[in-house]
Design a protein around this ligand. Structure first.
Ligand code: GLN
Length: 365
């Protein structure tokens, strides 16, 4: 079945349909990961977006039961050069096509993804529609330009109810703005007891749980749309050790008085070099973000830049001067290489441990 991909700048791409036959409207972005398509499809931070994979063959190791980042995929649509019809991997239970059909997500293949990506890089992230070949492009594009951006993405993907993951170790409150399962996996590997909380939990409710540390998760959309979370972070800052990832990093920056802005076309992929400013060491990171913290807005705040993207120089890590709190814009829970950036979870738990020791010392002396 033929399908078309229409961009708000008037560009029309024709291709073969796969996955669901539904039409999709959303912001079109590209990701450069050579593998990890299943994790990308199910990362809640992609909520509302049509994802273009720049790697030319997607679906070649199928879909398995273990690599989901959430119980369902959140992408709006999938754009590939070629979708593998005959996956080969011992863990594979479904083809990409069947999976997307089952989940109601449309895909289009046979697209010149290099051309499309260059367009996105030149124009910036733009709105797009994936629809049947016989739809009138002009009418669809007009409709696209009128469609508004989504402002409640976090509310759509966050847990509605608090839940617990048992563990014998430290008690971590994880505020779920669209958390990836890998964050829970990393905390679980380190024996943590985790209380997962809805995105709109107040500072008072979090402090009442007496957690040893708080994690602010990744999540979709513009950080400025989640004002309640900025207030929450202001309320817990300095009272409990904090670690934030991606959206969590941006919310932390806003709470500390800094500002965020929309990047022209974002950072998405598993091969983004980031430099630790203190040590000069570079790590290759997984990234998925469309916004970033504005460097100029840091003057007068208590924030220090700890890490920086080597591709465009934007901020990738922050720490607080006075309080035990640090955040990263990239994804230490994802593993572009076997061990990359996971030490940040250890750093957080060491911070939690130290804070606990200091509190015990203060109580007994
Ligand atoms: N992965 C994330 O948490 C992304 C954060 C935010 N939605 C952005 O696009 O910048």
């Amino acid at each position: 079945m033929k399908r078309q991909l229409l961009l708000e700048d008037g560009t029309v791409f024709k291709g073969e349909g796969f996955g669901s036959e539904k039409a999709a409207y959303g912001e079109i972005v590209f990701t450069t990961g050579m593998t990890g398509y299943q994790e990308t499809l199910t990362d809640p931070s992609f909520y509302g977006q049509i994802v273009t994979f720049t790697y030319p063959l997607i679906g070649n190791y199928g879909i398995n039961w273990n690599d989901f980042e959430a119980v369902k995929p959140y992408v709006k649509g999938v754009v590939v050069k070629e979708a593998a019809s005959y996956p080969s991997n011992w863990r594979s239970t479904l083809t990409l096509d069947t999976f997307l059909k089952e989940k109601g997500i449309p895909g289009i293949s046979g697209i010149d993804t290099r051309k499309l990506t260059r367009k996105i890089r030149a124009f910036g992230t733009l709105r797009a529609a994936l629809c049947a070949e016989d739809e009138d492009p002009e009418a669809v594009i007009k409709n696209l330009q009128e469609k508004r951006a989504i402002h409640d993405a976090v509310a759509q993907v966050s847990t509605k109810k608090r839940y617990e993951m048992e563990g014998p170790g430290k008690h971590i409150a994880l505020v779920d703005f669209g958390a990836k399962k890998s964050i829970l996996t990393e905390l679980s590997k380190r024996n943590c007891r985790v209380t997962v909380l809805p995105y709109d939990t107040t500072a008072a409710d979090i402090l009442q749980l007496r957690p040893d540390g708080v994690m602010l998760s990744n999540g979709p959309g513009n950080p400025k749309d989640v004002a309640c979370a900025v207030d929450m972070v202001k309320g817990i800052l300095g009272k409990v050790p904090l670690f934030g990832i991606c959206l969590g990093h941006q919310l932390f920056a806003l709470a500390c008085g800094a500002d965020t802005f929309k990047l022209k076309f974002g950072h998405r992929g598993a091969n983004h070099p980031v430099q630790d400013i203190e040590t000069g060491k570079t790590v290759i990171t997984s990234q998925n973000h469309g916004y970033a913290v504005d460097e100029h807005s840091l003057a007068g705040t208590d924030l220090i830049v700890t890490e920086r993207a080597l591709n465009d120089g934007t901020i990738e890590g922050l720490a607080h001067r006075k309080y035990p709190a640090f955040t990263v814009q990239y994804h230490p829970e994802a593993s572009p290489g076997p061990h990359d950036s996971n030490p940040l979870f250890d750093k957080f738990l060491t911070m939690v441990e130290k804070q606990k020791e200091e509190q015990t010392y203060a109580k007994t002396h």
